[in-house]
Design a protein around this ligand. Sequence first.
Ligand code: HEC
Length: 491
Amino acid sequence: MLRNVRLCVVCAVAAALLFLLFAPAPSARAADKPVSFINDVAPILKENCFACHDAKKRSGKYDMTTIEKMLAGGSDGEPIVVGKPDESEFHTLIVTKDERRMPPRDKGEAVPKEKAEIIRRWIAEGAKFDAGLDRKADLVKELRVRWTPPTPPEKYKFASIVNALAFTPDGQSLVVGGHHELLVWSIADAKLTKRIATRAERAYGMAFLPDGKLAVAGGRPGQEGDVRIYDLAAKPKSTKDGVAYLDGVADKAVMLKQLLDADDSVLCLTLSKDGKTLAAGGCDRAVRVWDLSAGLDKVKLEQTVENHADWVLGIAISADGKYLLTAGRDKTAKVWDLKAKESVLTFPDHQNIVYGIAVKPDLSVGYSVGADRQLRTWKPTGEGKQIKATAGHGDEVFKVVAHPSQPLLLTASADKSVRSWDMDKLSNLKTFQGLDDFVYALAISPDGKQVAGGSYDGEIRVWTVADGALVKGFNASPGIASKAAAAPAKK
Ligand code: HEC
C-alpha cells in the first residue's frame, strides 16, 4: 500500500514537473477554426473513454478506438447524429444531468465542460474527419504518431528522477536517463559530455550490446513505451561548451533501430551474458525476447512471454541463456524456460511487489527483492521454495544485481543506500552511502570495480565495490547543483 501511495506521489511530482517545463502556450486555435477530430477530439476520447470502450473491454458492446467502430456504436446503435449534438448519445451522455452518464457516475469524473464543448462543436460542425485519416486505423496509434517529443531544456528547472544508469564499455563514463534524453557523464571530472535527445520521456533500462551500441527501454507513462538501439558514438548535431548534442529522435545514424512500440512504458531490460539475447518487460505485462545473434539488421522477436498478471518490474537471464527470470507488481518472481517456452516456477513469498531479480551464475540460486524490504533466495529450477530471507535494508528494495565476476550481489533501496552482499551467506558486506533519496538505479562497471547508484533527486554516486569509498558524486540533471558539492566526500 505504502508503495502505491509513493507511486502516486511520484506521478504527481512528475506531472507537475512536466507541466512546468513544457506547459503549452495558450491554445492558438481560434474559436472560429473548425474542430479537428484527431487533434482536438481524439485526445479527449483517449483520456476519458478508451479505458472502457476499447477492443478489449467494449463496455456496452462499444469499441471506439477506430473511426469506423466509433460511428457504428454499441448495443444502442449509431451514437452520432451528424450536425445534431443534442440527438447524439455521444454528446448527450457526457453532459447529461441524468443518472446514466458517461463516464458512469460511480466510475469517474465528468468530462470537463470545455472538453465536452469541443465534442459538441465537432458534431455540430458535421462530425468531420481530418483528411488522410484511415477509418480503420487504431486511434491510439494515430495519436502517438502525431505526438512529437519536446526538446530538452538546456537547464532543467527540476531534477529528473534517475530510473536507469549504465557504465560505458570503457568504464570511464555513465549514461543516465534524463528527461526526454540520455545524458553521458564523465566520471573522473563529473562533467556532462553528451546529450542524446530521445522520443521516450524516461529511460527505465539500459544495456550496452557487444558492438558498443546501447539498448534502451523506456516510455512516456500511460502513453507509449519503446525499446530502441542507439549509437552514442555517432556524429553530433552540434557541440556547445564541450557538450555534444545528438538527435536520437530523428537522426537515423543515432537512433539505429526501434525494436518495440508499446502502448505504455517498458520498465526493465536485460542482455544475456553472451550478448545474443535481449529481453524487456513492462506495463503491458509482457516480456519480449529478441535474438540478436545475426546482428542488428536481422534482429528477430523470438517470443512474447505473458506470465505475469501485472507490470513486469525486474528482469534477468541466466548465464547459460536458458532461463528468463522476472519480478512483478503481481507480488511474484517467476522463472521461464526460454527453450521449452514454458513457466518453470512462481516464487510467491514476498507477498508484496517484487521489484528486482537476479540469478547466481551457476543457476543454483535465484535472488529477489521487493516492497517487503527483504532479499530472498530460492532455487530457480525447483518448486519455488524459499531458501533464505534477509532483512538489512530499512525500506523497500528496488534493484538487485549480480556482480559480473565476484560472488557478490548489489542492491538499491528506498532507504537511500546501496549495499553489497555475500552471494552465499547473504551477509551484508558494505553499505554505500552518500545518496539522500530513494535509490532507483544501480549499475556495476564492466571491470566490476565500481558501482553507481542514481536516485529520485537526480543525484549520482560512484563508489569502489571493494571498500565502499566514494569515487565521485554529481547531479545528472543539467543545471541542477549537486548535493555532493555542498557536503564534500569523506575519504
Ligand atoms: C468506466 C467505464 C466507462 C467509461 C470511462 C466510459 N464509458 Fe461509455 N459505457 C460504459 C458502459 C458500462 C456502458 C454500457 C451501459 C450503458 O449504456 O449505460 C457504456 C455505454 C456507452 C454508450 C452507449 C453505447 C451503446 O450503443 O449502448 C456510449 C455512446 C458511451 N458509453 C460513450 C462514452 C463516451 C463518449 C465516453 C467518454 C467520454 C465513455 N462512454 C466513457 C462504460 C464507460
